[in-house]
Design a protein around this ligand. Structure first.
Ligand code: ASP
Length: 442
């Protein structure tokens, strides 16, 4: 059994957090490869080391004052090193970093130092070998991640290393320059390492006990999702639920390696298991609810629209011309509605309306603003009758008017359009009818 464990920034923000992470690694001999993030926030008002590094680099490369900020970054690491009682001195590393900042080594280089230094600290604390991600994770000249070269190099390297720390978030181009993934990218590194060593599981340790059925800012104390498939996750993530970097699922998904989201502050919780497919029944009919505000609808009416071949294509062509992507397209016999992001649409509002008139000569085009979309997602819905009925009666009881309904052909999701002002109430009502009500029966 081999596990890759990735710790997020909040799990490594202070000595106290580092100790928790160390205990987690030591408590299970199969946790052999560790991927750390840079130290994150210790409290709401704190700063992430990554953000401090960006700011420090911008100042240093522009020739303005940066030393104070650099010292504050040093202090973050010193606090951890001293607190852990390590015999580790980062002076040499910081001198090199400062030199490179002044020389203008690039923002990616700057940001990556957060993980690099934290990797050195973690390796020293655990007594694991340190492997610089720049030596094993590769990007092409344009900055695209090179999956095959990386996988080959990394698996060969790790085949001879029993236990190692590989810092998250970055790698290198072939000319040696550093390149990072997008923000939150240590999740991606963890997944790449898990693939390379054929891990049994990729544990992603963070500060929540997994994916929640609904947003905790809307529903009080929502339940944790025990098992979720990659497809369900994608649906929920697209609608705004986020715990994991979007690209983190691809490397492990191809290998059928599950991801386990765990809570560093509550290691006894099982967290959420993300899998390719499963026979495990979801605890409730639905797996999760997510949603977004800020959509608008363009309603187009034309008598006998249904007889006009190519009508839809011509209408969508107008949106395409202005680079506006559409989210949903419910239609009736003589009506068609396009739902788009309001902020993308507003800029071209009148041009789009004129474009539609020119393209299809409709009887009328009218707009409706301030709409929200709510996605109810769950593999369990396919086998269950009455799910849609329950959703709509819950919304009716909460006095919410449903503007649009769309059930994907996979029966994995039902999307509901409501007014922005009804958004929170809609999510609460759906949560209650499925989770709160089903919990009472269980
Ligand atoms: N430290 C980086 C960030 O703040 C990457 C990560 O934490 O995954 O985005």
């Amino acid at each position: 059994m081999k596990k890759v464990v990735k710790f997020g920034g909040s799990s490594l923000a202070s000595t106290r957090q580092f100790k928790k992470a160390g205990e987690i690694v030591r408590s299970d001999k199969t946790r052999r490869y560790v991927v750390p993030s840079a130290p994150g926030k210790r409290n709401d008002k704190d700063e992430k080391v990554t953000d401090m590094l960006y700011a420090c680099y911008d100042a240093a490369s522009a020739g303005t004052a940066y030393k104070k900020l650099l010292n504050r970054i040093k202090d973050r690491y010193l606090e951890i090193i001293d607190g852990l009682g390590l015999n580790l001195n980062l002076d040499y590393e910081f001198d090199r970093i400062e030199e490179n900042f002044v020389k203008g080594a690039g923002r990616d280089y700057a940001a990556s130092r957060g993980e690099y230094l934290n990797g050195l600290v973690m390796a020293s604390y655990l007594g694991y070998e340190f492997i610089d991600a720049a030596e094993v994770i590769f990007f092409d000249a344009l900055g695209n991640f090179e999956s095959d070269t990386t996988n080959k190099e990394l698996s060969e390297r790790l085949a001879h290393v029993e236990r190692a720390v590989i810092p998250g978030f970055y790698g290198s181009r072939h000319d040696g320059t550093i390149k990072t993934f997008s923000r939150g990218g240590s999740d991606v590194t963890g997944s790449i390492v898990a693939k390379a060593i054929h891990a049994d599981v990729y544990e992603n340790w963070t500060d929540v006990s997994g994916f929640l059925v609904a947003d905790p800012r809307i529903v009080d104390n929502p339940q944790v999702i025990e098992t979720i498939t990659y497809k369900e996750l994608r649906e929920l993530a697209y609608m705004g639920a986020s715990v994991l970097h979007e690209d983190a699922i691809f490397p492990v998904r191809k290998e059928g390696i599950p991801i386990n989201i765990r809570n560093t502050n509550k290691p006894e919780d099982k967290g959420t298991l993300i899998v390719e497919s499963t026979l495990r029944k979801p605890r409730y009919t639905i797996t999760g609810i997510a949603g977004k505000k800020g959509f608008c609808a363009i309603n187009i009416e034309k008598a006998m629209m249904n007889t006009e071949v190519g009508f839809g294509r011509k209408v969508l062509g107008v949106f395409e011309k202005f680079g506006i992507s559409f989210e949903h397209m419910p239609s009736g016999i003589d009506t068609m509605t396009i739902m788009v992001h309001q902020d993308e649409f507003e800029e071209y509002e009148q041009s789009v309306i004129a474009g539609i008139h020119r393209a299809v000569e409709p009887d009328s085009v009218d707009l409706e603003s301030d709409l929200a979309l709510v996605a109810v997602v769950g593999r369990g819905m396919k086998a269950t009758r009455g799910t849609a009925g329950r959703i709509f009666s819950a919304l009716a009881h909460a006095r919410i008017n449903v503007k649009m309904i769309d059930q994907g052909s996979s029966e994995l999701n039902i999307i509901i359009g409501v007014k922005n002002v009804d958004f929170e109430a809609a999510i609460k009502a759906i949560y209650d009818i499925f989770v709160t009500a089903e919990l009472q029966v269980l």
